[in-house]
Ligand binder design. Structure first.
Ligand code: FAD
Length: 504
């Protein structure tokens, strides 16, 4: 029998939010045209979650994978550039720090930069980490330039960037992309999911209109409803709210009243945190909070106080439970997006996890025999990624001196995962960091948060004594000056957008 005889003939994506259209677009790009039919069902009556506007640099890889022109994407989604996140009031009220999407300084003599930086700090010759971050310098100067192929070898290659974009425009952009590659879009509400009595695999979904759609492979992108993976297949949820107890959000877009900053602002509040995400045409604002300690009314009041332009819509209230699906792929159904779990949006990781799920699905793409080894590997890889991200998010809540509200008091006495304890201890002692299983966040991220929240390394790796005091001081001074000169030569963020990618 030829291998081809068992190929997947029909893929059905249920749900047309960011997850659904990212999946449909990527599959339409990678599955041989004419051999596998892709259909996406979405319900206008239900709509999408309506948030999810901040990304991390890996999104550019996804767009490139699809062959999307970056400036065209930015224009279509009213996007701005994101050089990192400013965290306000997290370590203590009145303090702030920057989590950059680029590197700190550069390594010398094969030794990590941050070990030299810690050596100077320990010896009392302290310059903040931001002085060695092109991302932080550019962000605070309101500057931006895109590092391109010609930057390789130059200091600009130390810069990384992501985007803030309008999530509904991104879904629309990808839907046009996918439909132009043969994806069929069906509008309607799924009211029934049929399973095979023998093996429990999904067979078809039925719409309220009475139409029925059968498929070999189903992608559940129905958001928090998790209609297929949970509703039909009964896959449970691993609840992480004991570590990440925020469970509500309220979002209000507002008018832009200043040029967009090339970074997100996350400000700690008494029972959670607020975000500010500047787009070209408006600002996205939201408040993520813990309902055990705060009412919806108070959450709105706090958010309204944070708005710097007039509100553009009524508050959008959302409920969630942090955690992950016990299996991301069960039988012939793969869950992507909110149906597969939600770790809360503090580090903008959800869209990345969609992208990561899609890449792994493509790498482990099944045939109709649905080899369980491939399925198990998919589940293992995604679970590991989520555990690493979970630890990094919890770090923000526990590495803090805040104890000025019942919520922050609970954070102070919370027992944290042993994996996180070990990482914090290694970093806290001598800035040692090891990246396991291709985990998402690097030493830059861990250092930014731990140092920014007042628990940075106490000592340095003795290897960093390799340079003399004089040579080290000179090198660090040269680095700071080079970063200053490079930043000064950049256009402003607004000038860059106006020149290359202004949306109409
Ligand atoms: P949804 O957008 O909810 O889409 C679900 C789709 O399923 C819709 O098309 C709906 O119509 C359809 N559907 C549901 N039921 C049916 C049915 N019965 N029949 C037919 N269709 C159906 N992520 C980030 O990366 N960065 C962020 O800054 C960020 N911020 C967030 C802030 C908050 C408060 C929340 C809650 C999430 C945030 N996220 C963020 C996550 C991000 O919003 C989601 O990962 C992303 O939008 C994907 O959502 P989705 O497509 O899975 O679900």
């Amino acid at each position: 029998m030829k291998m081809d005889d068992r190929h997947i003939r029909k893929v059905l994506v249920v749900g047309g939010g960011t997850a659904g259209w990212m999946a449909a677009a990527a599959l339409s790009r990678y599955l041989p045209r004419g051999r596998t039919e892709i259909t996406l069902i979405e319900s206008d009556a239900i709509g999408t979650v309506g948030v999810g506007e901040a990304t991390i640099p890996q999104i550019a890889v996804f767009n490139r994978m699809l062959g999307i022109d970056e400036d065209e994407f930015i224009r279509a989604t009213s996007a701005t550039f994101k050089l990192g996140i400013e965290f306000q009031d997290w370590g203590n009220v009145g303090e702030s720090y920057f989590h950059p999407f680029g590197e700190y300084g550069y390594d010398m003599e094969g030794v990590d930069f941050h070990q030299f930086w810690t050596r100077l700090k320990v010896n009392g010759e302290h310059h903040s980490l931001n002085e060695y971050s092109l991302n932080a310098k550019a962000a605070y100067a309101g500057k931006f330039i895109r590092p391109d192929a010609t930057s390789i070898g130059s200091v600009l290659s130390k810069m990384g960037y992501a985007f803030h974009f309008d999530a509904s425009k991104y879904a629309l952009f990808l839907s046009k992309y996918a439909q132009s590659r043969g994806v069929r879009r069906i509008e309607g509400k799924v009211c029934e999911v049929r399973k095979c009595a023998e093996n429990g695999f999904l067979e078809s979904v039925k719409l309220e209109s009475g139409d029925e759609f059968a498929a070999d492979l189903f992608i559940d992108c129905t958001g928090f409803r998790a209609l297929l993976i949970n509703g039909a297949l009964g896959v449970g949820y691993e609840d992480w709210s004991n570590w990440l107890p925020v469970d509500r959000a309220v979002a209000i877009p507002s008018k832009s009243s200043e040029e967009p900053k090339p970074y997100t602002i996350s400000k700690a509040q008494s029972a959670g945190w607020t975000w500010r995400i500047p787009l070209q045409n408006r600002v996205g604002n939201g408040h993520v909070y813990c309902s055990k300690y705060m009412s919806a009314e108070t959450a709105i009041e706090i958010l309204q106080d944070e708005l710097i332009g007039a509100p553009l819509a009524e508050p959008n209230h959302l409920r969630f439970k942090t955690g992950i699906r016990e299996k991301f792929w069960e039988a012939n159904c793969v869950s992507l997006g909110l149906s597969s779990g939600f770790l809360e949006p503090l580090e903008s990781t959800s869209i990345h996890l969609i992208q990561s799920g899609i890449s792994k699905l493509i790498a482990l793409f099944p045939d109709r025999d649905f080899n369980h080894t491939d399925r198990d590997e998919y589940n293992r890889l995604l679970s590991v990624s989520c555990h690493h991200i979970r630890d990094f998010i919890i770090l923000h809540y526990v590495a803090t001196g805040r104890s000025n509200s019942p919520f922050w008091k609970q954070m102070q006495v919370m027992d944290i995962p042993s994996s996180l304890k070990r990482k914090m201890a290694l970093m806290r002692d001598r800035g040692r960091f090891f990246r396991y299983d291709d985990e998402l966040f690097s030493v830059v991220s861990w250092l930014a948060v731990m140092e920014g929240q007042g628990i940075g390394p106490r000592r340095y790796n003795p290897i960093a004594d390799i340079l003399s005091d004089y040579n080290l001081q000179q090198s660090m001074k040269n680095m700071r000056e080079l970063f200053d000169r490079t930043t000064a030569a950049m256009p402003t963020h607004q000038q860059f957008i106006d020149r290359y990618c202004k949306s109409s």
